[in-house]
Ligand binder design. Structure first.
Ligand SMILES: Cc1cc2nc3c(=O)[nH]c(=O)nc-3n(C[C@H](O)[C@H](O)[C@H](O)COP(=O)(O)OP(=O)(O)OC[C@H]3O[C@@H](n4cnc5c(N)ncnc54)[C@H](O)[C@@H]3O)c2cc1C
Length: 152
């Protein structure tokens, strides 16, 4: 923030200490007349809390939408297409992690190590692949029961 204040004509109003929103749910938060990106929009990985790539990606989609003169609705439509599969796969990944793998990282590391194309595997792991679609109803049921306070 100091960097921004030093280099741009910004005025701070009511400064507060801030350490992140945290968005552990599978719904996208939408404002009718405002574009929300990153964590506050819900684009955070429910498995391990990652959100940097999602923040960049949603920021890119938002800036493109603004430059193209499109309305907020257009941004949320594209964001939904891009992020909904990720949010759904997060539910399944978290379920599998908690039930079968949380004491032993080797299960996941071995899967990645033994896959022919680790990047392709990780991409499918985060994009609601066929197995995740099959597992989703059970995972969602478990997660709703386990975390009644989350918006799932
Ligand atoms: C310890 C830790 C480790 C992490 N490790 C990883 C990792 O390895 N990989 C990964 O992908 N993710 C990781 N994350 C998560 C990642 O940092 C966040 O998901 C990501 O930074 C979210 O980006 P964002 O732009 O949505 O929000 P933020 O990075 O939180 O940025 C929001 C900004 O808005 C500012 N702000 C808030 N309110 C106002 C206001 N009213 N006026 C003006 N400014 C305001 C805040 O000061 C902040 O600078 C980690 C998080 C933590 C806490």
């Amino acid at each position: 923030m100091d960097e921004f204040l030093a280099n741009f004509n910004l005025k701070e109003k009511y400064p507060n200490k801030f350490s992140g929103y945290g968005s552990f749910f599978n719904q996208i938060t939408k404002n009718e007349d405002q574009i929300l990106i990153g964590e506050i929009a819900g684009f955070q990985d429910l498995l391990w809390g990652f959100g940097i790539q999602n923040a960049f990606k949603s920021g890119f989609i938002a800036s493109k939408s603004i430059l193209d003169g499109k309305e907020c609705k257009n941004y949320y439509k594209i964001a939904e297409n891009n992020f909904k599969p990720k949010l759904n796969s997060n539910i399944v990944n978290r379920f599998i992690w908690e039930k079968f793998a949380s004491n032993d990282y080797s299960i996941i590391l071995n899967r990645i190590y033994n896959s022919k194309d680790p990047l392709k595997y990780l991409n499918s792991f985060h994009n609601f692949n066929f197995l995740q679609k099959l597992t989703y109803p059970f995972a969602l049921f478990y997660m709703k029961y386990r975390y009644p306070n989350l918006k799932l």
